[in-house]
Design a protein around this ligand. Sequence first.
Ligand code: AMP
Length: 399
Amino acid sequence: MNLDRLKTTAGLDVAGKRVLVRADLNVPVRDGKVTDATRLERLVPGLNDLASRGAKVIVISHFGRPKGGPSDEFSLKPVADQFSTLLGKPVAFASDCIGEKASATVSAMNNGDIAVLENLRFHKGEEKNDSAFAAELAKLGDIFVGDAFSCAHRAHASTEGLTHRLPSYAGPLLMEEINALRKALEVPQRPTAAVVGGAKVSTKIPVLTNLVAKVDKLIIGGGMANTFLQAMGVNVGKSLSEPEFHATAHEIMAAAKAKGCEIVLPVDAVIAREFKEGAANEVVALDKVPSDGMILDVGPASVAHVAKVLEGCRTLLWNGPMGAFEIAPFGTGTFALAKQAAELTKAGKLVSVAGCGDTVAALNAAGVTDDFTYVSTAGGAFLEWLEGQELPGVAALTR
Ligand code: AMP
């Protein structure tokens, strides 16, 4: 996959053209109201740009995981309504994404109009990447714009299939995401650091394996650090750990050594006897973890050490919290490091790219999301990129 071959619609005459935009409208909705419109807000400038250039903009997306056909629960209608407010203009809605209803909605559009079609996953052909379904979708457009990076790790009809049938372009959000990830991982300013935290080693083995071959410093935190520490002979008491992955931890450490990547592990810990908000806690050295204690956060000496490592780096990639950040006060280490990375970024000393749900929640809680160079809300696609995998929905746009 040659990412330099990705092209956008910039400079293309789209006036009068029906532009099918695969967006990610899969936003949280409660009682018919969108509760976090971040994804929709990010789409607004790109869609309004196409509309202002005279395109007929037809937005397609999945929404949730409907089983067995259409249902009100998984309808995109409430999302389309809120989208209309954000776009500042009426948005037509078709109650099916293919067939007569969709083509009637599209036929009624004028240049500069925006329409949203109903949930793609109401048809089985979407997730099966069925060519007949892709052909039905393709009838509705003259060109295709892939702008849902968060869905690009799946070869579905709307992310991959359509690219075989229509002239295809990368959308501005997808480009932004890829440029940020390339800046962090493919052509970074060195030295580079990656922070990988979260619950378990077992869910991030391919991420860790790929990163040790790419970054200069791999900072491991969260529950997964316990497995590494335990593999090195540290008594981690009742902490979350995966003894069955000791061998994997040793393999990752050996691979890091061979590649010249320094693995940075915590040097102290915040422990508690209960996994609950406000539980009595104390800072201990790693050789003093009590047998009935749980490590729930990195300690101040670890924070100071990692901060020093970050000061010496030019690029940071972050995935996963350093501790059980949702439960006060065990977010202290994660928030302190997030603030440090944000300060270095603001001072122009660091390019900082972070991603995935928990990490975004932690950065939001620390109040620093806007200070990072780029924060990705993509989950699976972000992780697969960190694993070094080719994403079918991106590769298809480079052909
Ligand atoms: P992940 O989805 O793998 O990124 O894991 C995120 C989860 O890991 C968060 O819900 C954290 O609360 C949890 N976590 C991080 N550190 C610890 C720890 N030391 N003990 C237990 N859970 C942790």
